[in-house]
Design a protein around this ligand. Structure first.
Ligand code: FAD
Ligand code: NAD
Length: 471
């Protein structure tokens, strides 16, 4: 047999080794389904592990330490100006990734999954050809597409220059530009903008809408915008880039909008204006799989595409494009393929922006309630009253709970503040369990912790409900 001409058979073919793909493969194999996992790159982990969640959080940890050293002054401790060794920071980031890749490889082996390298392209509803791999072709009974997404580009504006970065190249931190323009005030723009600012760049953010992080409630974003307003050079809302020109000195940028940045020349530009699904080069026209107008694969609540043998999970099926969302979808999809009666039926998906302060939310937002005319009752607890927040010198936080007015059922939670991302798990459990205000208010929260603000916000609602009862 000649390597490259071999056709392999499998019961389940998973295409893409990111969070959606590997979680589906692991779960299917655990359920006894013979599984092959195909990944185009040499390593498992996907965008999340190699160019997304993990490297960005590794660099944000570095930024956090620099921020804490600065903050320490307010607590009576002064450090000398930090020296950043970029090579060592890069080595630390790479080491984190390698460690986690090894973990995925060993799980693959433990579950008896056949991990094959190659770029899959559908020939029809039963076969894929593999480009650049040892196996030429795979015949499958069922397949899950988990090919993820890639950065969107500013068509007609973006120039091809190493100075113009997307999230992947920005995470390489090959150098720290003196002046960095960040286009897009969303997750990536604010997380990576914060990293570069901490590492010494003068950062300007331009966002085409009239607010940062359009998916989060305005009152949650306000404390972050205030802090970033001090850290970053400029935040220009309702503004967009109309032209970029590459020159010896940097990228010359033209803008239009409400607040045009003072500066026009940048040594670095980060384009972070959303992501697009990886569906173009999959040979989907050889299958019955259907796409929506934005190129996302259309699936039902059991992740079935219009082709009965083919399923899809993760970023490739649409928003929210988050790793934990992809992982949960992968598990449900694998359960269905393994013959279980499962369905993706969650009440909420948590979102966390790992800025300083962090913003975390889940379930119904106040903006969504307003837009949908949904009656709600909102209770907020400022962190100014929190013992823990005061002790750590971070009272710039807010905990907000959105209740169903008559029953006190928790519909949504939003938190801004240090460690908000760690606190959102309690809110998720409350929403999934159908908890009401009393459940949270009467749960003892350890003192002094930031999570006490959850119980306190819920107690405000209990108080209101009791008042109504007394009337
Ligand atoms: P991916 O992780 O994109 O994996 C898809 C895989 O498929 C890739 O490995 C790719 O090589 C492979 N592939 C593509 N085409 C083929 C083919 N034809 N054949 C074989 N293999 C193929 N989410 C969070 O929840 N928390 C975060 O903190 C977070 N931070 C992020 C930071 C950044 C900078 C970015 C860019 C994203 C971040 N995300 C975060 C989003 C998260 O990375 C994605 O939601 C997640 O990776 C989606 O997983 P996936 O399995 O659908 O796709
Ligand atoms: P995003 O959708 O979060 O933000 C993009 C921003 O760019 C939006 O605010 C949008 O209004 C703005 N924008 C679009 N076109 C523009 C233009 N021409 N000029 C100026 N602004 C423009 O997208 P992202 O930041 O690229 O991140 C992509 C996705 O990756 C996120 O939506 C999220 O799903 C995922 N992600 C998650 C995390 C996390 O969970 N912490 C971190 C990073 C990325």
């Amino acid at each position: 047999m000649v390597v490259g001409e071999f056709t392999q058979e499998t019961d389940l073919l998973v295409i893409g080794g990111g969070p959606g793909g590997y979680s589906a493969a692991f779960r299917a194999a655990q359920r006894g389904v013979q599984t092959t996992l195909v990944e185009a790159t040499p390593f498992l982990g996907g965008e999340c592990l190699h160019h997304g969640c993990i490297p960005s959080k590794t660099l944000l940890a570095v930024a956090e330490i620099l921020g804490l050293a600065e903050h320490a002054k307010a607590l009576g401790i002064e450090f000398a100006a930090p020296k950043v060794d970029l090579d060592a920071v890069r080595a630390w980031k790479d080491q984190v990734i390698v460690k986690l890749v090894k973990g995925l490889d060993s799980l693959c082996k433990r579950y008896g999954i056949d991990h094959v390298q190659g770029r899959a392209q559908f020939e029809d509803s039963r076969h894929v050809a593999l480009l650049g791999g040892e196996v030429a072709r795979i015949r499958f009974r069922k397949a899950i597409i988990a090919t993820g997404s890639r950065p969107a580009v500013l068509r007609g504006v973006q120039v091809d220059s190493p100075r113009v970065m997307d999230s992947k190249s920005a995470l390489g931190i090959s150098e720290i530009p003196a002046h960095l323009l960040v286009i897009g005030g969303g997750y990536i723009g604010l997380e990576l903008g914060s990293v570069y600012s901490a590492l010494g760049s003068e950062v300007t953010v331009v966002e085409m809408l009239d607010r940062l992080l359009p998916g989060a409630d305005g009152d949650l974003v306000r404390p972050l915008a205030k802090r970033l307003g001090k850290q970053l050079h400029e935040i220009c809302l309702s503004t967009r880039v109309t032209r970029m020109t590459d020159s010896d000195k940097g990228i010359q940028v033209a803008f239009e909008g409400k607040r045009v940045p003072q500066r026009e020349l940048y040594e670095g530009v980060l384009v972070a204006v959303g992501r697009r699904p990886n569906t173009q080069e999959l040979g989907l026209s050889n299958t019955g799989v259907e796409l929506d107008d934005h190129g996302f694969i259309q699936v039902d609540e059991q992740f079935r595409t219009a082709d009965k043998r083919i399923y899809a999970v993760g970023d490739v099926v649409g928003e929210p494009m988050l790793a934990h969302h992809a992982i949960h979808q992968g598990h449900v999809c694998a359960d269905i393929i393994a013959g279980r009666d499962a369905v993706f039926d969650v009440r909420a998906v948590p979102a966390v922006v790992f800025t300083d302060p962090e913003i975390a939310w889940c379930g119904l937002t106040e903006d969504e309630a307003k837009a949908g005319n949904i009656p709600i009752c909102v209770k907020k607890m400022s962190w100014v009253a929190s013992g823990r927040a005061t002790a750590i010198g971070r009272t710039d936080g807010l905990t907000k709970i959105i209740f169903e007015p008559e029953t006190g059922r928790i519909l949504g939670v939003g938190i801004t503040g240090a460690h908000a991302g760690e606190m959102i798990a309690e809110a998720m459990l409350a929403i999934e369990m159908g908890a009401v205000a009393t459940d949270l208010a009467e749960t003892i929260h350890a003192h002094p912790t930031l999570s006490e603000t959850m119980g306190e916000a819920a107690a405000l609602m209990v108080h209101d409900l009791e008042k109504v009862e007394r009337q």
